[in-house]
Design a binder for this molecule. Structure first.
Ligand SMILES: *[C@@H]1O[C@H](CO)[C@@H](O)[C@H](O)[C@H]1NC(C)=O
Ligand SMILES: *[C@@H]1O[C@H](CO)[C@@H](O)[C@H](O)[C@H]1NC(C)=O
Ligand SMILES: *[C@@H]1O[C@H](CO)[C@@H](O)[C@H](O)[C@H]1NC(C)=O
Ligand SMILES: *[C@@H]1O[C@H](CO)[C@@H](O)[C@H](O)[C@H]1NC(C)=O
Ligand SMILES: *[C@@H]1O[C@H](CO)[C@@H](O)[C@H](O)[C@H]1NC(C)=O
Ligand SMILES: *[C@@H]1O[C@H](CO)[C@@H](O)[C@H](O)[C@H]1NC(C)=O
Ligand SMILES: *[C@@H]1O[C@H](CO)[C@@H](O)[C@H](O)[C@H]1NC(C)=O
Ligand SMILES: *[C@@H]1O[C@H](CO)[C@@H](O)[C@H](O)[C@H]1NC(C)=O
Ligand SMILES: *[C@@H]1O[C@H](CO)[C@@H](O)[C@H](O)[C@H]1NC(C)=O
Ligand SMILES: *[C@@H]1O[C@H](CO)[C@@H](O)[C@H](O)[C@H]1NC(C)=O
Length: 822
């Protein structure tokens, strides 16, 4: 019965380094010389032969060069000295040929081609055009690498709220990437993850993101980036520019980018009008975490303008913020063809091509995905618009990263990885596990789920996604190891009657009647509905949040006809207004399965037949479709705009009706909570310095404000070293074991104008056996948790009564916490 385990979970949300434990996935360093994984394969091609690394002496000999005379190949020197030597050897013409994603190399000095553009959003992807001038891509599948593990798209993995999973998943992706590199199937710089905030529910790329909350997105990015980049045991050398990288990650798209193609508004010309408050509090927040806590080695600037300036030509965004304030150790790359876009589509400032190059490079853009730098930089230098030292600076940032990933020497840890490291049983199992952990149970009337194979032994499996394979991968996919479709997986649990009934648009009537027939004659019906890349995609935002109308009719008719219980499984990235199904008593259960990856069908069947107790929680708000009728996608403000009647955005600023709220998800068991503050930290007393200034705070009209000598202080001026400690006991009070996601919010004093309704300050996923009570200690820094961003974009801490609460749709536990200054 009740066993109680004491678990100490502490959250330290501070901008210090986050250390990742070493993992069994990383193989030990092999002894001996450098063989390369298979004879005849290798990432670097020189005179028709393949080599494992640039500084292979045999490679230099093949070029009639002596490697000993090139100190950029001298491994006893620091990377900084080696890069200086390399860049110093190049002529201006040679330098400029290395500034595009297809870096053409300089055989004269032993430098080979490097293809910068690869992607690894949820597995090694085929996206990444690589060379514009030759047919082969930076990443390709075929011969010895027919496929790689395809994880769920990030929004579904994000729904697990499991930081360990996010990190492990990325470790597997980078192991497969490194193995593919050894086999000459990809390079080492992956332009992932996508960490733009899902600000508007219509955005076509929400599936690629970890959701709408800046803190959750930030934690996802830190874990994912560390999973891709960190070499265990070599995480913190004194100089982070010398830190080796397993592969290089890239946080994108910076900044304030989340309009793709909406009623004629194009991402390449959109001018995002953004208040500095929203920039600091929301748009930039995950990027700041990605750079400072994730120590990412690259950031990509976006196509759009921010307040009139193209992001890739914005000195404040790039040089001052990313490099200056956040101290990036790495390079800045443009979204593909952004520099050309500045000139052609935006015709920004009426610049010549050389002037566009000048603005981008002087603002801090190191690499142009495209050929605009390559085509125009020599002339820009000749015209005196770009200094050769600016070019050297960009190349130094670029080659330092290529030194760190071992392009020149190879990394001992990863030399032996080959085909046997790709699509392993364990990797494929982790892809299924990510989907299982992320799937969200939205409705479960009368505990209709889980099914069991005795009473639900003959089932109807219908609907557009009932046998989906490729659609399970979403976008930025590679070639998967295999597929396990819903139909295939469920066929192991029951005798299945199958008919798609219709596709996502459901225009075709023919098969509908047969699907209804099957529902009428079986124990239970599972309808696989939702949307796909036809509805939401890059360069394609949505019109509304409904399912296609004919699909709604189909689902309703099949449910009406069904003899047994009906389960609706939804595939989507962005939220869906499924009020019709939520309200329909014939539809007993609803599951959201995102785009669940190559083994998605397996994960879904595990949830339906109870081998997995669902614990995923929505990482975005599911709004009613009317929301999109009262608010243009281009209004960038998070707070409501009263004079225009615009509601707020995300759970932090929107408190109108929802279909399902941010953070919502049911379980097959019940959890109870007991939350308290330890006696010695039930009040926060912040000591002010002798000369510290107090700030005024704007209050909501007609609210009672308790008197206070000091309304607020600037966090930058405050010694904010206290933490909030919470004592939380969670009990599994139901009948099955299950994981549970605890999401902790802080609510600022109600009378402060413009403050968020609430914000996530911590989250933790915990596994609880039936009857088990877990003691969860949560500790967060006061200023990180309770700080606000004021209208002038200052981070402030206000005095007053805060509420700390735990929610799952409703408030399930809360405590109040006064903050005083003295
Ligand atoms: C490599 O650099 C070290 C340190 O400067 C130097 O002592 C050594 O001679 C160099 N090796 C070669 C082959 O030049
Ligand atoms: C299911 O639960 C609803 C209330 O939520 C109840 O009205 C209905 O009778 C139940 N149906 C069955 C089959 O138990
Ligand atoms: C039915 O489910 C039970 C319990 O999960 C399992 O032990 C059994 O093997 C299943 N039977 C079939 C035919 O799948
Ligand atoms: C289901 O999809 C798989 C994979 O695409 C395919 O091989 C199989 O034929 C499909 N099954 C049916 C019944 O259509
Ligand atoms: C759904 O049910 C709610 C609550 O019963 C009701 O207010 C709403 O009008 C219903 N909506 C639809 C579209 O049926
Ligand atoms: C909650 O915990 C407190 C302190 O540990 C205890 O006194 C109280 O009885 C608990 N309440 C419930 C409902 O378990
Ligand atoms: C509060 O008391 C606990 C237990 O005695 C102790 O571990 C903790 O350090 C104290 N915290 C503060 C802020 O004094
Ligand atoms: C916080 O800082 C003050 C002043 O530097 C110091 O006296 C105090 O011990 C610190 N408290 C903690 C918990 O670090
Ligand atoms: C989090 O994910 C890891 C990796 O899959 C898993 O081992 C662990 O059990 C998960 N934690 C919970 C509480 O579900
Ligand atoms: C949360 O706090 C409010 C008042 O502060 C109280 O009315 C409510 O019952 C609390 N909710 C829970 C679940 O404790």
């Amino acid at each position: 019965m009740a066993s109680s385990i004491l678990t100490l979970i502490s959250f330290i949300i501070s901008f210090t380094l986050y250390l990742v434990s070493t993992s069994a996935i990383t193989p030990a360093a092999p002894p001996g010389p450098i063989p390369g994984p298979l004879p005849g394969y290798g990432p670097i091609e020189t005179n028709g032969k393949k080599y494992a690394y640039v500084c292979d002496p045999a490679r230099f000999t093949a070029l009639n060069l002596d490697v000993k005379t090139f100190s950029y190949c001298n491994t006893t020197l620091p990377f900084s000295a080696r890069v200086k030597d390399l860049v110093g050897r190049m002529t201006l013409q040679e330098k400029v040929l290395q500034l595009g994603d297809y870096a053409q190399g300089a055989p004269r000095i032993g430098l080979p081609v490097y293809k910068w553009w690869s992607e690894a959003l949820h597995g090694i992807s085929t996206v990444g055009q690589g060379p514009r001038t030759s047919p082969s891509h930076a990443t390709y599948f075929g011969d010895v690498v027919p496929g790689a593990t395809s994880f769920p798209t990030p929004l579904l993995s994000a729904a697990s709220f499991n930081e360990t999973l996010w990190n492990q998943l990325a470790q597997v992706v980078s192991t497969e990437g490194r193995a593919m590199y050894n086999l000459g199937h990809t390079f080492l710089t992956f332009w992932s993850p996508n960490i733009n905030i899902a600000r508007d529910p219509r955005w076509g790329r929400i599936l690629e993101t970890p959701g709408e909350d800046p803190f959750v997105v930030g934690r996802y990015s830190v874990n994912f980036v560390r999973g891709l980049q960190d070499v265990p045991g070599r995480v913190v050398p004194p100089n982070l520019n010398e830190r080796p990288l397993k592969v290089s990650a890239c946080c994108k798209h910076y900044g304030a980018y989340d309009v793709d193609q909406w009623f004629g508004i194009q991402r390449i010309t959109n001018d995002a009008r953004v208040a500095e408050q929203d920039m600091v509090e929301s748009f930039n927040y995950p990027f700041e975490m990605c750079v400072k806590e994730g120590d990412v080695s690259s950031v990509m600037c976006s196509y759009n303008k921010v307040n009139g300036i193209p992001a890739c030509a914005d000195t404040k965004l790039m040089s001052q913020t990313i490099r200056g304030d956040w101290k990036l150790h790495g390079y800045i790359v443009s979204d593909c063809d952004s520099v050309e876009v500045m000139h052609d589509a935006q015709q920004w400032l009426g610049d010549t091509p050389e002037e566009s190059v000048m603005r981008a490079m002087r603002a801090g853009l190191d690499l142009d995905c495209g050929s605009y730098y390559t085509d125009h930089t020599v002339a820009a230098v000749q015209q005196g618009k770009v200094r050769e030292s600016d070019v050297d600076n960009a190349l130094t940032n670029l080659y330092t990263v290529l030194m760190r990933v071992g392009f020149f020497d190879n990394l001992l840890e990863y030399q032996k990885l080959g085909t046997e490291s790709i699509c392993t049983k364990e990797n494929i199992e982790l892809a299924a596990e990510a989907a299982r952990q992320g799937i969200v149970l939205l409705k479960n009337d009368n505990s209709s789920l889980p099914f069991n194979n005795m009473t639900h032994s003959h089932i109807a499996v219908v609907g557009p996604h009932a046998n989906s394979s490729k659609p399970m991968l979403g976008n930025y996919a590679g070639v998967p190891c295999r597929y396990i479709t819903p139909l295939q997986a469920l066929s192991a649990d029951a005798r299945v009657e199958f008919d798609l009934g219709c596709d996502v648009w459901c225009h075709n009537q023919a098969a509908k009647d047969h699907a209804k027939q099957l529902a009428m004659t079986t124990d239970a019906t599972i309808i696989f509905g939702g949307i796909d890349l036809d509805v939401e995609a890059e360069a394609h935002d949505r019109w509304d949040l409904n399912l296609p109308p004919d699909q709604i009719t189909f689902i309703t008719e099949v449910a009406e006809a069904a003899k047994g219980p009906v389960v609706l499984v939804l595939f989507s990235g962005g939220g869906l207004d499924v009020t019709f199904a939520k309200n329909n008593s014939k539809i007993n259960a609803i599951l959201w399965a995102g785009y669940p990856g190559n083994d998605g069908g397996k994960a879904i069947s595990d949830v339906i037949y109870g081998r997995q107790n669902p614990a995923g929680r929505l990482p975005i708000t599911w709004y009613p479709s009317q929301y999109t009728e009262i608010l243009p996608m281009t209004s960038m403000k998070f707070r409501p705009v009263e004079e225009l009647g615009y509601p707020g955005r995300t759970y932090k600023f929107y408190d109108g009706p929802v279909v399902y709220p941010f953070g919502f998800g049911l379980s097959y068991t019940q959890f109870t909570y007991n939350l308290s503050l330890p006696q010695n930290s039930s009040v926060v007393d912040v000591k002010l310095g002798p000369d510290q200034k107090c700030l005024a705070v704007e209050y909501k009209p007609n609210t009672q404000v308790p008197p206070s000598a000091c309304a607020a202080v600037k966090i930058a001026d405050t010694n904010c070293n206290q933490s909030i400690n919470l004592d939380l006991r969670v009990t599994n009070a139901g009948k099955v074991d299950g994981s549970h996601v605890i999401i902790v919010y802080a609510k600022p004093p109600q009378y402060i104008a413009g403050a968020p309704i609430k914000k996530v300050i911590a989250f933790q996923r915990a596994l609880l056996k039936v009857g088990q009570t877990q003691y969860v200690q949560i500790s967060v820094n006061v200023c990180d948790a309770l700080g606000l961003v004021d209208k002038s974009a200052y981070q402030i801490l206000a005095s007053g009564q805060y509420t700390i609460e735990i929610e799952n749709g409703d408030i399930v536990a809360n405590v109040t916490l006064p903050v005083n200054f003295n």
